[in-house]
Design a protein around this ligand. Structure first.
Ligand SMILES: [Zn+2]
Length: 242
């Protein structure tokens, strides 16, 4: 009798496991379809724009390090995916680094060289990609804009965060902050913290290339939404890239 009951429990467990797997596959498929559909719809707003994508840290500066996982490597992977997705939509993308390197000099000079690429390439926006570390077991992607900075910077961060909320589990909202690269950039700029390496579940997610691509796509869609929202101003000779 007991053996029979055990078998029943085992079968129920297996059924639940399979159901879970099915639900996960359906969800992943749903997200992928939503991403593709929207890229088709709003991707055209990325055509012809120039974006500086800044993978944070690099070289001797690993950024956040948790259990052997380094922020600098993770954000480079996501930034490369973002570049690829944006280029597929006809954008020009300048990476501030495309290897495990520092741009050289002391911290402010090094960051200044990253921002200088905006003017050098006449870019319309600057997006810095980072990963977070905290003692609070916090999780969730979050976008920042410069406090008391240009209004379009806030618009950009809000647009990216809205897509991150749609495509990733985050419930966070875009926040004002005071970061050197955002403060000194001459164009609308945002910093995306893709998640917390200190949260074990999120750290595992962030190491999954499929999830990295989801994050990159969310940022790309946020950029598309931003450019779409700026179209009337651009046509009237407005603020973008001026
Ligand atoms: Zn960082």
């Amino acid at each position: 009798m007991q053996r029979f009951a055990l078998r029943q429990v085992g079968l129920a467990g297996l059924a639940l496991f399979l159901l879970g797997l099915l639900a996960r596959t359906a969800w992943t498929g749903h997200v992928a379809a939503a991403m593709e559909g929207q890229l088709k719809e709003s991707g055209r707003y990325l055509k012809g724009v120039t974006v500086v994508v800044d993978p944070g840290h690099g070289g001797e500066d690993p950024g956040a390090v948790v259990g052997g996982t380094e922020e600098k490597g993770l954000v480079l992977e996501i930034s490369r995916m973002l570049k690829e997705i944006l280029e597929q939509q006809g954008a020009t993308v300048v990476l501030t680094r495309d290897a495990d390197v520092s741009l050289g000099g002391r911290i402010r000079d090094e960051l200044g060289k990253r921002v200088a690429l905006v003017s050098e390439h006449k870019a319309s926006v600057f997006v810095s990609i980072h990963a977070n570390k905290d003692g609070c077991n916090c999780w969730g992607a979050q976008t920042f804009y410069q406090k008391k900075g240009m209004p379009a910077g806030k618009d950009l961060a809000l647009a990216i965060q809205a897509q991150l909320r749609r495509l990733t589990p985050t419930t966070r909202t875009a926040l004002a902050a005071n970061y050197f690269v955002l403060r000194t950039s001459p164009v609308p700029s945002a910093m995306v913290e893709v998640g917390f390496l200190t949260n074990a579940k999120e750290k595992a997610r962030l190491q999954d290339p499929a999830y990295q691509r989801t994050v990159a796509t969310a940022v790309a869609l946020g950029l598309a939404d931003f450019f779409k929202s700026q179209v009337p101003q651009t046509e009237a000779g407005g603020a973008i890239g001026q």
